[in-house]
Design a protein around this ligand. Structure first.
Ligand code: CTP
Ligand code: ZN
Length: 156
């Protein structure tokens, strides 16, 4: 039994749990949350976790996540668990997972890739080769992006 909760339970919203330690701010960033939107947000960073050693947790009240937002979280935090909270109860719990193909969202690192040409109506498209340790491969030029560098290429 936990002796105390670092941050209190929330009434309604989402709890993004099991985020790799130190990545909570990156998760907020890909969700486009800067704090000025008015959501009540609690962050817990570098706390003990049985599964991960250390982990981060993000609680966002009165917000729910779109499929695209879940994909973005999976890119940053493949171990994350999403808990949907209604009236203080966890009514849904699932692990994030990446689709086999990610379109848009990521810019190809190769400056000569057709998906980077201006005035070219080509949306970026990446194949997800491994989803435990992420590797993405550009559909157009074959350039690979690994999990550690993927954040640099997120376009949101
Ligand atoms: N939580 C919350 N507010 C609630 C209910 C739950 O902030 N009203 C948080 C808990 O603090 C925890 C997460 O949501 O960080 C998941 O809650 P729960 O399923 O009760 O915890 P565990 O069983 O420990 O989760 P898991 O098995 O996924 O580790
Ligand atoms: Zn490319």
């Amino acid at each position: 039994m936990e002796k105390t909760l670092i941050v209190s339970k929330i009434k309604n919203g989402i709890v993004i749990d099991h985020i790799p330690a130190g990545k909570a701010l990156n998760v907020l960033k890909v969700l486009g949350l800067r704090g000025t939107e008015g959501y009540r947000i609690s962050l817990v960073m570098n706390v003990e976790s049985k599964k991960l050693g250390r982990k981060d947790i993000v609680k966002i009240e009165n917000k729910y996540l779109s499929k695209q937002e879940l994909n973005l979280i999976a890119l940053i935090a493949p171990t994350a668990t999403i808990n949907v909270i209604k009236d203080y109860e966890v009514v849904e719990k699932y692990k994030v997972s990446l689709p086999n193909v990610v379109t848009g969202l990521i810019k190809c690192p190769n400056p000569t890739c057709i998906s980077r040409k201006q005035n070219e109506p080509v949306t970026s498209k990446f194949y997800v080769l491994k989803s435990d340790k992420i590797v993405l491969e550009c559909h157009y030029c074959g350039t690979m992006i690994n999990g550690e560098e993927v954040e640099k290429y997120i376009t949101i």
